[in-house]
Design a protein. Structure first.
Length: 210
């Protein structure tokens, strides 16, 4: 049976791409047929490249962005706004179908922003996740000021959807954020489901799938 993992986060720059890249390298090294994708990416440089897409391509020794991304939008903003700026609209059915038809046995699907980010009018990242009912959920929490509130709000939303995360990764994206790892861990632990694995990444640590 194919395994699909949806990697979401408390907010932008929490470390989804860092975690996804580490996980895909680790899984591939263990002999698993795996692909990491970022179906929706916002923010392109002058050459039409997205930084997160480039990181995931490099992690998989790939060169064609079309293999891992469906919508690449120029404006660094919420996808609904970025799409509107280009006169396009993200199609929910197309997005879900694209994710469901990735060829690998294990597929890591990196979301965009947090759960309440709008992809199109009236359709949020949480709706995208809800439409893929067989996806395992991983939650990346950027450990910094405000992380506890963001984490508990996100966990509350996931739990209300019946999609409690299988893994929670606390990420200190900046060296000065490491002091938040334990306080955040202590605050959120009572709200984690049974069997949820809690990982802590210090600044610069690479996520390794165990």
């Amino acid at each position: 049976m194919k395994r699909r993992i949806f990697i979401t986060a408390t907010d932008t720059d929490a470390g989804k791409t860092w975690v996804t890249a580490g996980a895909v390298r680790s899984l591939a090294a263990s002999g698993i047929d795996v692909r990491a994708v970022k179906p929706v990416a916002c923010g392109l440089d002058a050459d039409g490249r997205n930084e997160d897409i480039e990181v995931l391509l490099a992690a998989q020794n790939l060169y064609d962005a079309d293999l891992i991304s469906l919508y690449r939008l120029a404006l660094p903003a919420a996808p609904s706004l970025a799409a509107a700026a280009e006169g396009v609209e993200i199609n929910p059915q197309q997005l879900v179908s694209w994710c469901e038809n990735r060829p690998a046995d294990t597929c890591l699907i990196e979301g965009v922003g947090g759960l309440m980010v709008p992809l199109s009018d009236g359709w949020l990242v949480s709706d995208w996740l809800a439409a893929m009912s067989d996806c395992e959920v991983w939650l990346v929490i950027g450990c910094r000021l405000g992380a506890i509130n963001h984490a508990l709000l996100t966990l509350d939303k996931l739990n209300s959807m019946g999609r409690s995360p299988a893994r929670v990764i606390l990420n200190a994206a900046n060296a000065g954020d490491e002091s938040w790892l334990e306080p955040v861990a202590q605050a959120i632990t009572p709200f984690l489901g049974a069997g949820c694995l809690l990982h802590r990444l210090r600044h610069g640590d690479v996520y390794v799938q165990d």
